[in-house]
Design a protein around this ligand. Structure first.
Ligand code: NAP
Length: 256
């Protein structure tokens, strides 16, 4: 019989889960019986909506906290521990992507992307390792961290570093009973994905026809499915799953 890591009754933190990919991950975790901590930075209305959907399936709480700050990370863990119990699943999903070509990188955006996309997963995971008694961490990377995309040098570098960090975390956290994996999606149909396509002056079907083998954009639900798969399979650690609709197999001008 296949042994799976059971999500039921485990406390799961999903950073940046008011909308988009994080929201779908939170809903799927609740569907598996997990107790879910929803987190937003600004949009409390979106967090409340996600929480309502969670509560139809399982239990959960909403924590408004900026995970790019130490204060926000402490608050997130303190509320999770007090109201639900010790976290056993951590999804480092919160991220910001700003398109800025080299030569025009603004200091504040450089800092925002590195603190949110890299420093936050690192610090949250260290906290998780100290506080928990084992579990699973999933880092939300990006195809931009594997293949260069024009204008995404800083964003892509934060995600490339997160991929490297995932491998180191899997090694150093294994003795603590923690598995660590990452997912690296191409363009996903969310607010962030939509704004990238509009900057490329393409609609969904033009993009999909030109730059994917599957002829369709990736959905947040598909990304969330792969997160659940990685959590459940007890023999996978230190791996990066790429979900790119086959775009990296194509000889297109996507990356020029
Ligand atoms: N969409 C894509 O095409 C794509 C592709 C590859 C990878 N990804 C990655 O997938 C993850 C989710 O992306 P998405 O497309 O779902 O983005 P999204 O629609 O922009 O949603 C991002 C979520 O993260 C939250 N957030 C941002 N900064 C935060 C912070 N410092 N503290 C707490 N929450 C914060 C936002 O909350 P507020 O609005 O309240 O700030 C929002 O709920 C990101 O790491 C992104 O880099 C996305």
């Amino acid at each position: 019989m296949i042994k799976v890591y059971d999500i039921k009754n485990r406390v799961c933190i999903v950073t940046g889960s008011g909308r988009g990919i994080g929201k779908e991950i939170a809903i799927k975790l609740a569907g598996e019986g997990g107790k879910v901590v929803i987190n937003v930075r600004k949009h409390v209305d979106e967090g409340e909506q996600t929480l309502k959907e969670i509560q139809k399936l399982s239990s959960g709480i909403l924590v408004k906290a900026d995970v790019s700050t130490e204060e926000g990370r402490n608050l997130l863990f303190a509320k999770a521990q007090k109201e639900l119990g010790t976290p056993e699943i951590l999804i480092n999903n919160a991220g910001v992507g700003i398109l800025e070509p080299l030569g025009n990188i603004q200091e504040k955006n450089l800092e925002l992307m590195f603190t949110t996309n890299l420093f936050s997963p690192l610090r949250l995971s260290e906290k998780f390792m100290k506080d928990s008694h084992g579990g699973v961490i999933i880092n939300m990377a990006s195809l931009a961290g594997i293949t260069p995309f024009p204008g995404l040098a800083v964003y892509g570098s934060t995600k490339a570093a997160l991929i490297g960090l995932t491998k180191y975390m899997s090694l150093e956290m294994a003795p603590h009973g923690i598995r660590v994996n990452a997912v690296a999606p191409g363009v996903v149909k969310t607010r962030m994905g939509d704004s990238l396509l509009s900057l490329m002056n393409l609609d969904d079907s033009e993009f999909s026809k030109k730059f994917t083998l599957t002829g369709k954009l990736i959905t947040p639900e598909e990304v969330a499915d792969s997160v659940i798969f990685l959590i459940k399979n007890e023999s996978i650690t230190g791996q990066i799953i790429t979900i790119d609709s086959g775009s990296t197999q194509m000889a297109t001008d996507y990356f020029r």
